[in-house]
Design a protein around this ligand. Sequence first.
Ligand SMILES: CC(C)(COP(=O)(O)OP(=O)(O)OC[C@H]1O[C@@H](n2cnc3c(N)ncnc32)[C@H](O)[C@@H]1OP(=O)(O)O)[C@@H](O)C(=O)NCCC(=O)NCCS
Length: 84
Amino acid sequence: MAEPAPIPPEPYLWRFLVDRRHQGRGIGAAAMAELVKQCRRWGHDSLTLTWMPGPGSPEPFYRGLGFEPTEAVKDGEVEARLRF
Ligand SMILES: CC(C)(COP(=O)(O)OP(=O)(O)OC[C@H]1O[C@@H](n2cnc3c(N)ncnc32)[C@H](O)[C@@H]1OP(=O)(O)O)[C@@H](O)C(=O)NCCC(=O)NCCS
């Protein structure tokens, strides 16, 4: 995660992953909750990321947390935003 700079002005998450051996234990959801807290501390009310669509995509995970596609596609990945 990068602290927002003038460009881009919004927190943007990339390369977020949980070790395969520890997936499905709530670690991802707990880490995302901490990231949202950090964004709030920075004074922001949204977080943006992208996911690769298709089989094995983390899309259901992010949708379950409330992320919604922005309709933008970046390098073949779906951009989505969580507002809080
Ligand atoms: C996607 C990822 C970050 C989720 O982390 P995690 O620790 O496994 O997720 P959690 O255990 O906190 O799961 C939270 C919820 O999301 C669901 N979920 C997690 N990964 C999912 C997936 N790939 N597809 C469908 N649902 C998923 C869980 O079933 C759980 O649902 P519940 O709340 O109804 O029980 C992790 O599985 C991962 O790193 N995957 C591979 C790498 C990847 O795709 N990274 C993103 C691209 S950069």
